[in-house]
Ligand binder design. Sequence first.
Ligand code: OGA
Ligand code: ZN
Ligand code: ZN
Length: 413
Amino acid sequence: MFQADPQLSRVPGRRQPKPELDLKTASKQDHLRMVIVMDHQSPGKLDMQFPDIWLRDNCRCGECFLPQTMSRLPQLWNNLDTSVRVQQHSVDLDQEILYITWSDGHASQYPLAWLRERDFSLANRTRYLSDFYRPEPRHWSGTDFEHIRREFQYRDLLASDEALLEWLDHLAVYGVALIKQAPLEFDVLRRLCNRVGFMRRTTYGDEFSVRAQPGASNYAYLAAPLPLHTDMPYFEYKPGVTLLHTLEQSDSPGGVNLLTDAYHVADLMRERYPEQFRVLCQTSVDWADIGRDGELEFHNIWRAPVINLDAEGRYVRINHSIPQRDSHFTVPLEQVRPWYEAMALFVRLAHEEACSFKTTPGDVLTFNNLRLVHGRTGYDDTDRNVRHIVGAFIDWDIVYSRLRVLRNSKSNS
Ligand code: OGA
Ligand code: ZN
Ligand code: ZN
């Protein structure tokens, strides 16, 4: 419960003056001007902290916020007065509302429940980021794979939102999940993607068939071994999740799937080979796919490092595909050899950390294409010994969005 000043008696239903709020207006640290709210409902009974400028920017009144679009109205920003200050403030303990009147004459109200979710404390920000924004990834080594592998039943995923949520959550955390008992029909991946949102179309169409083809348009469409790779590194908007549905599997010993968590490989390099790690993070590589698939002629190229980090140093994307690395390498001469040295190490570690298994008809292998590298061993392909995999993609934005919607409806039910 919101804490009242011990010297003030609490009057139900009456608006009380400010004592719960300790307003810091430190002039020397103007950028730290904050409103501190003592809140006995928060975990550990810690104060909540809000910069005053943030509160003004996030006023919920009809002039500042449009509920039907859940979005901020832009008027304040026509000429934002960053010196705006709190003039008066009070809290209604029964309604649980914070009232503020501002130096520009504006009046705002904030429900305490709404404030609690946005408290700037480290604990609250960490909770929001890992429980709601995106689940925290857990990296795994080749020998860990048996412990993190999880299977889901196709039927459950179509029928149950709970199962759908578990699949997508597992995929977000570990980057891989296996779906079993799917029918041997071409529209399985479309139905799965439609449960999540919608499929991602690429140069190779919506669904694509991976099988040995004469005059193949893609290296994967040969029976040859397919070394560890990410799909489509030559796109700026690389497809986020790959789905591979086994319709027919080769009876030959080949056609075995290989998978490595490349974020784990990057961890090993960061720890043991920092210089080579830096080179893979900072050397831009040219990726390419040039040709035609059916009627469509294409020339796809994109330049980016193998290991891509965000502003906070976390992995956001791995790029790797030997056949789809361009012979153009548009970096200064002196960066070339160090890149090869670092990449040789990455490829060796990726092999050492790979797990392998062979899918059977009715399996759908799903994995994070920004994070895992995958491949397959070569196989014999004859008229009586055919391998046929249907592939498709879905983007992470769509997956995370579904996850949040499922989480919200679970917590509201
Ligand atoms: C691909 C691919 C895997 C397989 O087509 O990019 O990775 O098992 N295929 O054939
Ligand atoms: Zn307002
Ligand atoms: Zn692939």
